[in-house]
Design a binder for this molecule. Structure first.
Ligand code: 5GP
Length: 137
């Protein structure tokens, strides 16, 4: 599938729309999910223009998954997460709604997740979680 330059995460990467950032380096960005499925729901995206997992070169994937682990550790530390659901939807058929590759890190249980991309969170609340996570990085 061709990469859509106007997808919402491409706009976040170009800083055309805001996000509540927790981490950034040359190759990745991590920020709070705007419709969290649990408190602390964080997204990690590569800056590379990939739609699905299948589009990301291995070298970029290696770095991205290292950042995923880094954020997971910060979630465990800062939010006392006992478990973390790592979710990655590749393709519309899987339920992917934003066509830029991303990894969901959700401090929760698979049995108690809220609905996917359903309810907008309070921005101030998201900011509080982001500050806690950043402090643990
Ligand atoms: P997907 O369905 O593609 O796996 O997940 C997309 C995720 O992006 C959803 O969890 C949804 O809540 C989140 N999301 C959608 N639009 C925005 C946005 O503008 N900002 C942020 N931070 N998250 C978004």
């Amino acid at each position: 599938m061709a990469y859509d330059q106007n997808n919402i995460f491409a706009k976040i990467l170009r800083q055309e729309i805001p996000c509540i950032k927790v981490y950034e380096d040359e190759h990745t960005l991590a920020f709070m999910d705007i419709m969290p499925q649990a408190d602390g729901h964080t997204l990690v995206i590569p800056k590379y223009e990939a739609v699905t997992l299948l589009d990301l070169p291995t070298s970029e994937l290696t770095h991205t998954i290292q950042v995923v682990q880094k954020i997971a550790l910060a979630l465990e530390k800062s939010l006392d997460a006992k478990g973390i659901v790592l979710m990655q939807l590749s393709g519309e058929a899987a339920g992917q709604t934003v066509p830029h590759l991303h990894f969901h890190l959700i401090p929760s249980s698979i049995h108690t997740l809220k609905n996917h991309a359903s309810d907008m969170a309070d921005q101030a609340q998201l900011q509080i979680f982001a500050e806690k996570i950043k402090a643990a990085l």
